[in-house]
Design a protein around this ligand. Structure first.
Ligand code: ATP
Ligand code: MG
Length: 257
């Protein structure tokens, strides 16, 4: 049965989508079967893996509205990652689900049909705490929180941790924090080092030892519809995500032992 992990942070532009795409591709390299769910109306994860979002018959929007099954909204990509796609339609789901009973459980229910087809299901969340993110957190076993080591990062983090706690108490008792990931890291910046230290003091071994550096190849790859893992495998950015995949798997092995 797949482990479901949401890649989430309500703060925008912290590397959620870059992490979702490249961790997915790196896990495929490690022979894992991966489904990436694009839970963001921006559709960046879909486009970043080469999906033409204007040509889709069914997306995650139709899944949430119970109009199609999960399988019908999944596309195979060249990276080996399967993607449950999204496009602008998804922005409407928020309003359309407003009066639906059990609206927070839609995704969880839909995923039951595909959870034996994958080892991991990663969910790229939007930068907001809306019904889409809540659906993702309710369907998840754990969360990966990408963050930039800058001044306001810790403030946003405590809000996010309290959200995770609220969801755990109200809707999903098994939800845990998988790990905190330092992204776009610039080791020449002394503030990054400072914030990074505070993170480790607060969260100990929940902070991944893999650090994702600022690397232009990671930013370029999506415009070619590829992960950096295939677009620039020798780049520092791609290698960091390969290391992250290994770290995620090694933590899972330790837990299972
Ligand atoms: P949003 O909140 O809008 O969904 P996000 O959290 O998904 O954003 P990304 O889209 O992954 O963040 O990253 C924001 C921008 O920073 C993108 O242009 C991306 O290409 C770039 N970027 C992400 N990680 C890195 C990195 N390690 N090095 C350089 N650029 C990066
Ligand atoms: Mg994103």
């Amino acid at each position: 049965m797949a482990k479901v992990i949401s890649v989430t942070n309500q703060k925008g532009g912290v590397g959620k989508t870059t992490t979702s795409i490249n961790l997915s591709a790196a896990l495929v390299l490690q022979k894992k079967r991966i489904l990436l769910l694009d839970m963001d109306p921006q559709g960046n994860a879909s486009v970043g893996l080469g999906v033409d979002t204007s040509q889709l018959n069914a997306t995650i929007y139709d899944v949430l509205l119970n109009e199609v099954t999960a399988k019908q909204a999944i596309v195979n990509t060249e990276s080996g990652v399967d993607v449950m796609t999204a496009n602008g339609d998804l922005a409407g789901a928020q309003v359309e689900l407003l009066n639906e009973i059990g609206r927070e459980l839609r995704l969880k229910k839909a995923l039951v049909a595909v959870q034996d087809d994958y080892d991991y299901i990663l969910i790229d969340c939007p930068p907001a705490l809306n019904v889409l993110t809540i659906n993702a957190l309710v369907a998840s076993d754990s969360v990966i929180i990408p963050m930039q080591c800058e001044y306001f990062a810790l403030e946003g983090l405590s809000a996010l941790i309290s959200t995770v706690r609220t969801i755990r108490e109200a809707l999903n008792p098994k939800l845990t924090i998988e790990g905190l990931l330092r992204t776009m890291f610039d080791k020449r910046n002394s503030l990054s080092g400072e914030v990074s230290k505070q993170l480790q003091n607060h969260f100990g071994d929940k902070v991944y030892s893999t650090i994702i550096p600022r690397n232009v190849r990671l930013a370029e790859a999506p415009s070619y519809g590829e992960s950096a893992i295939s677009y620039a495998p020798a780049s520092k950015g791609a290698k960091a995500y390969v290391d992250l995949a290994k770290e995620v798997l090694s933590i899972a092995r330790k837990k299972a032992a």
